[in-house]
Ligand binder design. Sequence first.
Ligand SMILES: [Zn+2]
Length: 339
Amino acid sequence: MRDKLQAILKSAEEEIKIVTSSEQLDEFRVKYLGKKGVLKEILKGMGKLSNEERPLIGKFANETRENIEKHIESMKERIKSIELENQLLKEDIDVTLPSSEINIGHKHPLNVILDEIKDIFIGMGYKVAEGPEVDTVYNNFDALNSPKDHPSRSLSDTFYINEELLLRTQTSPVQVRTMKANNPPIKIISPGRCFRYDELDATHSPMFHQIEGLVVDEDVTMADLKGTLDLFAKRLFGENTKTKFRPHYFPFTEPSAEVDVSCFKCGGEGCKFCSNTGWIEILGCGMVHPNVLEECDIDSKKYSGFAFGMGLDRITMLKYEIDDIRLLFENDIRFIKQF
Ligand SMILES: [Zn+2]
């Protein structure tokens, strides 16, 4: 039996030399030391030994097992370092290669212009006010002196949620909310998303962006309005920009005007951007109608105010020479990357 054990140790020592991986080492362990391994098989014959022989053979069997375990342990270490080396060879890193490019995004052109406009008005002491995109019919139309039969109220122009709620068609409901919640002086701009039942084409989108402004205080006059918008135009389009106020009609302001700026592409000479007129229309404005002030619990005898509104999409398109509004909302990275 001792010979058999010696033979096992000898063949184990030979065999372990050709082990080269953890998997092979596991197989080796199972073969020699497993429950059904070679060693266990031999020891089954212990019962047949004499009482003198049994402890001696038992001791020798233990030594044999310990020897094999030692071989396994040292082989384990070797295989570990071999495998690590193989892995490192596989993952060979060339430190001289340039690193992969890290892409940092940037602001959408609409946000670039929005931030510019916000900065201009914040510099003039305005606060930024925001409101919900779903608002009441009252805040969107009634409180703004809009006649019941005004065409913009029709189902073909406005997205209604139900009889009382709609997707706001302008950011003016924010003005109503602000006036109802605050006493004058009020000085806000309200940028935000608006919705109208428009067919999508190069110049129209059912979702678009507005920025409105509202000032209510004692002794606010048309001169303040003109001075404010003239300064705004110069800051946004350049120091040489001129403004022109054309009389217009809005239900919520009286008097009302549309404002043109001298073309910032050609300086007023005439080009394709201004349709050769030298002027570009950018916003609507006027003195807040006394009916609107009263509806919002502001004494129209004591206070007066002006309001204005412009399309952020249109101004962005003008400044960046974008000829299709759909490009602003398609989220095509090739488009956005140009700005
Ligand atoms: Zn021009």
